[in-house]
Structure formats: C-alpha cells, structure tokens
Ligand binder design. Sequence first.
Ligand code: BV8
Length: 246
Amino acid sequence: MTTDRGIPDALVSALRDARHVCVLTGAGVSAESGVPTFREAQDGLWSRYDPQDLATPEAFLADPALVWRWYRWRRELVADAQPNPGHHAIARSGELVPRLSLVTQNVDNLHQRAGSKDVVEFHGNLFDDRCYADGSRHVGDDSLDVPTCPDCGGHLRPGVVWFGEAIPEEALNESCAAAVDCDVFLSVGTSSVVYPAAGLANLAKDNGALVVEINPSPTMSASYFDIAIAEKSGVILPELVESLSL
Ligand code: BV8
C-alpha cells in the first residue's frame, strides 16, 4: 500500500510512532543544490582527477598546492549553492518527531544553512582549516596558496576526513548511538560505499529499526533496506514531511 504521494503507508505510520528518527545523508542530498556528488565526474580542470585519489593524506603530502586548490574550487562551488527543499524538509522534520539525529557525510554546510541543529559532521567540514602538523583548528582561509599555521608554520589543510583517516571520535560515537537507539533510519542520497558511514544502516537494522533508502538510483544495498524509495530527496522528503504534518 502507498499513500497518494507514493510514500508507503508503513513508513508514514512508523515515522508517526517513532520516538527517535536517525537520518544519514550523502552527497545526493546536495545534488539539487547544484553541488556535484562525490563520485560524479568532475568538470573542467579537475575532470582528470578521481576525488577518491585527491581526498587522501598521501595526495596532500605529495602535492599540497594541488589538493589545496581542489578544495578551494569546491568551497567556491558550495558557497554559491543554496539549500534545497530536501535540506529544508530535514530541518523541518526536527520539529515533527520527538527526537531527530542528523548524521551527514557531506562537508558542504548546507544542512546547517537550512536550519538543521546539532548536525553530526561525519566527514568534517569543507570550510574549516586544520594544521596538518599540530592538528590545531583555524578559520577557513581562501588564499590561492596553501596557508601556513600561525602557531607552528606547518601547512594548513581542509578540516575534512580523508580516506584512510579515522572518523572524529565524538562524531562516530554519537552516530553509532543514534543508529542503535533509533526506531526509523533514513539513508538519503548516498551510494553506501564509504565505511564506516555505510555501516550505520546495518547497526540500525540489527537493533530493530525500520531502515529506508531514498535514492533515485537504487544502490547495491537497496535490497538490504526494508523500504527503498527511488526518488530524489528534494521531491520525496517534502512529501514525507507533509504526510507527517497532516
Ligand atoms: C576509515 C570527506 C579507518 C573528504 C569523504 C582501503 C584502504 C584504506 C581505507 C579503506 C580501504 N577500504 C575501505 C576503506 C575504508 C574507507 C572506504 O570506505 N573506502 C571506500 C571507498 C571503499 N573509509 C575510510 O577511509 C574512512 N576512514 O576507514 O578509517 C581508520 C580507523 C582508525 C585509524 C585510522 C583509520 C574515511 C572515509 C571518509 C572519506 N572522506 N569525504 C571530501 O569530501 O573531500 S567520503 C566522500 O564519500 C564524501 O564525504 C561523500 O559524502 C562520501 C560518500 O559518498 P556519497 O555521499 O554516497 O556520494 P556518492 O557520490 O558516492 O553518491 C551520491 C548518491 O546520491 C548516488 O547514489 C546518487 O544516486 C544519489 N543521488 C543523486 N542525486 C540525488 C541522489 N539521491 C537523492 N536525491 C538526489 N537528487
């Protein structure tokens, strides 16, 4: 059975009865804001680079200027973007359920700009800088050249989590606790290939949550979810919130 908006009745009633809803978002949630998804082919100067190769400590150590310029390009892309109806629906849902945990793999700050509070930034934030040498945090610098740490003179780097780097402990603990405790887990706009983020759905399901995937291109993991909705987040999330507020 589905609602007249193409949302399964089972999901609407589960959300209405839920004490705690956990939402995990990936790059697909920002696609309708014009931000290319992480694995989408990059354009222009960056088309010949695989993001997965650039988002590593090895790439930065090998060529700090190249990696710094890539992130500076992404900051400019994102700075011009606006939150889309999917971001706003997630922010609104925080007022409609007793407890909402939002865990994002995205580093673009768009959830915060849409009004979401207490966003767990699983992979850090594009607009923060960190000293590569001493780990100190600094306000984002938009200089063309790799900035240096005012404390130790080392290179500053973007405050994101690179492949092969550990997830910030607080973010990991908070996300796992939310996945274990939630009644409904929504995995939205992610290809579910990056771990440990992709493992949160397993944790939720193993602890009795209804697990739902929202992605216009069903992922390899789609059959694992109790419900898979093949629709854009900017379309389905506002409908879901609308169904909740009826
Ligand atoms: C860790 C920040 C351990 C940077 C990112 C071998 C060697 C080393 C590590 C590993 C290895 N094998 C596995 C690993 C682990 C590795 C990993 O998972 N690799 C994968 C690729 C196999 N993980 C790690 O390295 C992690 N750390 O394991 O540490 C450790 C422990 C202790 C001590 C030391 C180490 C760290 C991973 C973090 C990497 N950083 N981002 C940056 O942004 O530059 S990950 C990057 O991928 C982005 O954050 C992105 O969000 C994330 C996941 O991608 P998605 O968000 O899913 O985006 P994608 O483009 O893939 O998909 C978009 C989806 O949206 C698509 O499905 C599309 O259909 C859909 N979509 C499109 N439009 C819409 C839509 N959906 C809805 N609506 C729409 N309109």
